[in-house]
Every structure is written in structure tokens, then in C-alpha cells.
Write a protein of this length. Structure first.
Length: 118
């Protein structure tokens, strides 16, 4: 796993699934606000005229020469909740991102957001 601080080096690299099939291009990292650890990546997908950012968990992700490999299938990732390339994940949309991957979701102790963009 790479550190969230290294995102500048990995932005724009391919994101591939468990079978090394390309999902898209790494855009940003969202950290878990409770742990400050990388939690999700946003990945640019779609045609040049209709790009969007999907969310893919970083649990079990590894890096290779020029790519980030995630532990999820491409089809599952491409059906994930998405935002516009210049959009932002709204607080009320966070639970849907976790639910899509069957991951547990709970807000912070004070009800704060779970994901923060890095």
C-alpha cells in the first residue's frame, strides 16, 4: 500500500482490478477521517465526452510499475457510486459508497464525515 502523501506521484496512473484489467485512471485519494489512512480512490472512467469519477476501496491495494491494483473486480467498480469530474462527494452520499462494496459504514463519534479528500 502506498502512503496518502504519495498521491502526487500516482495521480494519472492506471488503476487495475484483481485480474489487472484497467478500470480507469487514479484521480484522488479519500482518507478515513477517523484514522487518517487511505480508504478510497476516485478513478476517472468513461468516454472523453462523458467522464466521471467512481469510488474504489483501497483495502488490499498494491502498487506495481505504473499502476495501482485494487482488490475489486472491474465490473463492480464501474457500477460504483460516481460524481462528476469536478464534483464533490456529499456527506449524505457516503453510506452508498460503502454499501456498494458491502463495507460497514458509521459516521465519526461526533457525527462527522467518514471520508476526506487528500
Amino acid at each position: 500500500m502506498f502512503e496518502a502523501e504519495d498521491i502526487r506521484e500516482w495521480r494519472g496512473h492506471d488503476v487495475v482490478d484483481v485480474d489487472r484489467r484497467k478500470i480507469g485512471t487514479l484521480e484522488a485519494i479519500y482518507v478515513d477521517t477517523a484514522t487518517d489512512q487511505p480508504s478510497f480512490a476516485t478513478v476517472t472512467v468513461g468516454m472523453p465526452t462523458r467522464r466521471r469519477l467512481i469510488f474504489v476501496p483501497l483495502t488490499g491495494a498494491t502498487v506495481g510499475p505504473g499502476y495501482l491494483k485494487v482488490a475489486y473486480d472491474r465490473a463492480l467498480a464501474k457500477d460504483a457510486p460516481a460524481i462528476d469530474v469536478d464534483g464533490e462527494l456529499l456527506a449524505e452520499d457516503e453510506p452508498a459508497v460503502f454499501a456498494h462494496y458491502d463495507l460497514p459504514y458509521q459516521t465519526g463519534a461526533g457525527g462527522e464525515r467518514r471520508l476526506g479528500r487528500r
